[in-house]
Write a new protein. Structure first.
Length: 231
């Protein structure tokens, strides 16, 4: 899938859209945390806005290398050709359980994410299954238990339980900067390839994200910070 994404990218003219993320996470204790996130996307560079979403959920740290999540949200996709053109391509409410596995090999951090989505769309109910493999490499001077910089690479595939089964592939290359323990800034390039689906259009995107993570005073950092963010 990764090779297919790269070959598709080189065969096309680069026409970047924008992919914007704001994420807030609050750690209740060493096991439990809650989060909220919103995204705004455009098919051209901060023009032709066609998509937004907002979601929230609960995380449980079942093991030092295993996180469990249940989340839900609203996902709205508009037609191409302008900013939020009606009628919508898709009006969706989604519920998704998720399992994330962490592993470290030297300084390289590996994340595997498994997600099952129950999708209540304007075109009927759908199931979808997602697998993401992510690698991150932190570097720079360590301070307060973390390094300020990370390089991120991830690839995600989307499947359904109906033909043609394969639905989407999403490749991300990103750079993270942590000015403090509580905040992370991310810039990156995301390539999305869609196969015969009628909601969001696959494109190349400039991604920018702002991630805030807060801790209760009695809580230590409950998660392995891979530098890889949810989206």
């Amino acid at each position: 899938m990764l090779c297919l994404s790269i070959s598709n990218l080189t065969a096309q003219n680069l026409d970047l859209g924008s992919w914007n993320i704001l994420n807030l996470k609050y750690n209740l204790n060493d096991k439990w945390s809650v989060f909220g996130e919103t995204q705004l996307r455009s098919l051209k560079f901060y023009d032709n806005f066609h998509y937004y979403e907002y979601k929230s959920g609960i995380n449980f740290k079942a093991h030092k290398n295993v996180n469990l999540t249940i989340g839900a949200g609203s996902y709205q996709t508009y037609k191409e050709g302008g900013d939020f053109v009606l009628p919508k391509n898709n009006n969706e409410f989604r519920i998704w359980p998720q399992v994330v596995l962490f592993q470290s090999v030297g300084k390289l951090k590996i994340e595997q994410r498994y997600r099952a989505e129950s999708r209540f769309t304007s075109n009927g109910y759908r199931n979808r299954f997602r697998y993401r493999l992510s690698l991150s490499y932190p570097f720079g001077k360590e301070q307060n238990g973390y390094k300020q910089f990370q390089i991120i690479a991830s690839n995600e595939i989307f499947f359904t339980d109906k033909e043609p089964y394969f639905e989407r592939n999403r490749l991300l290359l990103a750079f993270n900067y942590k000015p403090s323990k509580a905040t992370t800034l991310q810039i990156g390039y995301l390539h999305q390839f869609d196969y015969k689906i009628n909601d969001e259009t696959g494109r190349d995107f400039f991604q920018i994200g702002y991630f805030i993570e807060l801790f209760r005073k009695q809580s230590t950092n409950p998660n392995i910070d891979t530098g890889i963010k949810d989206y």
